[in-house]
Design a protein around this ligand. Structure first.
Ligand code: ZN
Length: 205
């Protein structure tokens, strides 16, 4: 079986939200619903959403999570170390980049464990701190697919100077990711799809 991955670029920072489903199934998981609820709804086309997974707590990855959860009934999940960022405009970067404070209903989320299954998809949740304390990468091992959030990009990695960032943790997280099979396709939170092998080749690890 394989998976369908639909990227939806959201908001002024062009964050990548992903709609992920099993071949032959209608229901789907949404990863990192950024700041374009209407665009995400159009892309979903009424398909049932089983879960909303957040790779970390920055505002550009989470702003449509509340409305999407309300519209679809899908629960929201995030690593517990980033939970404090969800409703804090300073910690999640909204105040800095957008100016002012986000006004909206409180976003509630459940903690992500080491594994997560929904809609026929079995994710390994890899804790990869460095960009934030609770950053995770979502790994579909059998399909060789990794959703890397803002940890690993094509030709780069996430900032470590924001709340909870730590460059040493980032380096050890990247080293851990580079142990995955080289042909693993990496779908990042910003920019284009890449592979573990292509990114590993840029570093002396
Ligand atoms: Zn981020």
């Amino acid at each position: 079986m394989s998976v369908n991955i639909q990227a939806v670029s959201c908001g002024i920072i062009q964050e990548n939200a992903y709609i992920v489903s099993r071949d032959g199934r209608d229901d789907c998981v949404v990863i990192d619903p950024g700041d374009d609820f209407a665009k995400l709804q159009r892309a979903l086309g009424g398909r049932p959403v089983g879960a909303i997974l957040l790779t970390h707590g920055h505002f550009d990855h989470i702003l449509a999570a509340g409305p999407l959860s309300e519209a679809t009934g899908a629960p929201v999940y995030i690593h517990e170390a980033d939970e404090e960022m969800l409703n804090d405009s300073v910690l999640n970067g909204y105040a800095d980049l957008m100016g002012g404070f986000f006004q909206g209903p409180e976003l509630k989320a459940s903690p992500l464990g080491e594994r997560f299954s929904a809609c026929g998809l079995d994710f390994d949740v890899l804790h990869t701190p460095g960009h934030s304390r609770g950053s995770v990468c979502l790994y579909l091992k059998d399909e060789g697919v990794l959703f890397s959030g803002d940890t690993l990009f094509q030709a780069g990695f996430g900032r470590t100077d924001l709340h909870g960032g730590d460059v040493r943790q980032m380096l050890s997280s990247l080293k851990a990711l580079f142990k995955l099979p080289g042909d693993t396709r990496v779908w990042p939170g910003h920019g284009c799809v890449t592979t573990i092998a292509a990114e590993k080749a840029r570093y002396r690890v």
